[in-house]
Design a protein around this ligand. Structure first.
Ligand SMILES: Cc1cc2nc3c(=O)[nH]c(=O)nc-3n(C[C@H](O)[C@H](O)[C@H](O)COP(=O)(O)O)c2cc1C
Ligand code: SF4
Ligand code: FES
Length: 552
């Protein structure tokens, strides 16, 4: 039989006009699949959206299938995908109103409705998850301009004046950091005046634990990665998406070189030649600042500096989970990987990978210079070290408070936060952002540290404390947290994808179906692939345990 001749290539065809525009704008490198998300960012930044015909053109230029590009683009909240012919009519800019825990407490739903009435045709309003300014709630973002203590008036002003750029930040520059003795320890590393094993021992003795939430001992992790046969990579996690958490942003906006020096010391110890910084997209001002400070660093250290690449997240909380972050750096959807293998053995680009939260690396320089005891001697109730608490909610002085590990919430509120707001009495608190559960005021004297809250089913995680008062109901915030997990679940496993949705539905009734909710919670905990699904039911379980009177 004669072979059928295909007259047209299979699938959607790229428009030459789009391929020409994208070639000029991006000049995509088909051998760098890992840059796909960076390319999508360039298109989104330029046009305020990504059209399907641009996706087809990008796929052609990168020699990928259209579905690969589409599934990646559509995974991330920050990419606005439109049909081509809709393009002209779409609003150019977005106003994002945070509806996570502390912003809800400070009236974000009313604010969103009021903003919608004000927005002209150039703007489109969305709800988004926590943008890391919970101490200044409620928060709205106009274009890339984050508006703290947002009101209809200041948002309207920003819209009318087209104020869409991020506010300036003034961190300690490289010149200032060097003047105050910065990079002395890294220079000692380069001159081989330190021994790699001694640095690891110092870290182990300091009791420095991973401050991204899991609390894994940092020194031990460096040792494990150092022992791998293949040459390793290093990844710094600045995704900071846990609602209530803003400590990394604080250190990044004030003294970025302290963590960069920590990163370089780590890189020297494990012998990594290539470091990646994964920065959450919401931290717009930090992106430009980091690019410029790293450029200066390359000029200062020349070829002795390991390669440093910055990658922008695109608004997906799950990409803070280390294996999802690695997938995202590889240019894919941020779907967590099954373990084993652990990323320390086989991580980014299949190489052994040391992944650290930014704040963990921030402490490395001081621990080496001041000694492990300096760090370990801080602490209360038998805990060792310092914790940067992101505190928000019903306190007089919300913000990042550096306090001894093991401090109680009452001490934190009284000694660091100026007490509860006038007219408010402590009712409960989230000890570790949305995923750490909710404790009642009865737990006000418990030590806040890794592992100390295990009996309550709660954890401290990234040390995001959200304080509730007698004006609040825990069930409202548990529901808010569950809705957050519905929005942020990557959808890969059924217990998490379906469980979060079903729980959200049930949690909206006045009186809860406790048995069914307990059942859903235990299936999610036992059968989800990653920490998101395993912890998503924590606030729900806390209400069942500590706030029963609210749901009967
Ligand atoms: C759902 C989820 C989200 C996470 N988000 C973050 C994050 O935003 N930043 C972070 O540093 N770690 C986050 N983590 C923890 C990381 O997976 C990982 O443990 C951490 O980056 C390792 O660094 P560390 O040892 O310095 O903490 C998250 C974990 C899970 C399960
Ligand atoms: S637990 Fe949730 S977020 Fe994690 S892999 Fe499963 S579906 Fe994705
Ligand atoms: S900025 Fe809104 S809850 Fe964090």
């Amino acid at each position: 039989m004669a072979k059928k001749v295909r007259l047209k290539p299979r699938g959607r065809q790229a428009d030459t006009r789009d391929t020409n525009i994208l070639s000029d704008l991006i000049n995509p490198n088909p051998n760098r699949r890992d840059l796909l998300i960076e390319y999508l960012h360039i298109i989104q930044d330029e046009f305020g959206r990504i059209s399907k015909s641009q996706i087809t053109a990008l796929a052609e230029l990168m020699k990928l299938s259209m579905s690969e590009v589409y599934e990646t683009a559509s995974f991330y909240h920050h990419f606005e995908i439109v049909e081509s012919d809709e393009e002209e009519n779409q609003p150019r800019f977005q106003v994002r109103v945070c509806d996570s825990l502390t912003c809800q407490m400070y009236g974000s739903s009313k604010l969103k409705k009021e903003i919608e009435l004000l927005c002209g045709p150039n703007y489109k309003t969305h709800n988004v998850s926590c943008v890391g300014r919970c101490d200044k709630a409620p928060v709205a973002v106009v274009g890339k301009n984050t508006i703290e203590y947002a009101t209809p008036t200041n948002v309207d002003r920003a819209i009318k004046n087209n104020e869409i750029r991020p506010a300036q930040i003034n961190p300690i520059s490289l010149e200032e950091y060097l003047k105050s003795g910065g990079y002395a320890t890294f220079k000692k590393c380069l001159a081989n005046k330190l021994h790699r094993n001694d640095v690891i021992e110092e870290l182990k003795n300091s009791n420095l634990k991973g401050l991204g939430g899991a609390g894994f001992p940092a020194g031990l992790k460096w040792e494990i990665v150092s022992k791998q046969k293949k040459s390793p990579l290093l990844v710094v996690n600045i995704d900071e998406g846990e609602p209530g958490t803003f400590k990394d942003k604080y250190y990044l906006e004030t003294e970025p070189h302290t963590f960069l020096e920590g990163m370089m010391i780590a890189s020297w110890v494990i012998k990594s030649k290539h470091n990646y910084i994964y920065l959450r997209d919401e931290y717009h001002a930090c992106l430009d600042m980091l690019h410029s400070e790293i450029d200066k660093l390359s000029r200062h250290f020349g070829s002795k500096l390991p390669k440093i690449e910055i990658r922008r997240g695109a608004g997906a909380y799950i990409c803070g989970e280390e294996s999802a972050m690695i997938e995202s750096i590889e240019g894919k959807r941020g779907m967590p990987r099954q373990r084993p293998p652990y990323i320390a053995e086989r991580g980014l680009f299949a190489k052994p990978t040391l992944a650290h939260n930014m704040e963990t690396l921030y402490w490395v320089r001081d621990i080496i210079e001041k000694g492990s005891d300096w760090f370990a001697n801080h602490g209360r109730r038998g805990s060792k070290g310092l914790r940067s608490f992101s505190v928000s909610g019903r306190v007089k002085k919300p913000g990042v408070h550096l306090a001894p590990a093991g401090i109680s919430v009452m001490e934190l509120i009284d000694e660091y936060c100026g007490g509860m707001l006038d007219g408010h009495k402590l009712y409960g608190f989230f000890p570790g952002g949305a995923s750490g559960g909710i404790l009642s005021a009865e737990h006000k004297d418990e030590a806040l540290d890794f592992g100390t809250l295990n009996e309550t089913g709660c954890f401290i995680g990234s040390a995001a404390i959200i304080v509730l008062s007698d004006k609040d109901k825990a069930r409202d915030y548990a529901l808010n947290a569950m809705k957050f997990f519905v929005r942020e679940s990557c959808g890969q496993c059924t217990p998490c994808r379906v469980g979060t949705e079903k729980a959200t539905m049930l949690m909206q009734s006045k009186s809860w179906d406790k048995d069914l909710l307990k059942d859903i919670s235990s299936v999610m905990r036992d059968a989800s692939i990653c920490g998101l699904g395993q912890a998503a039911a924590n606030p729900l379980d806390s209400v069942l345990k500590f706030f029963k009177h609210e749901i009967e």
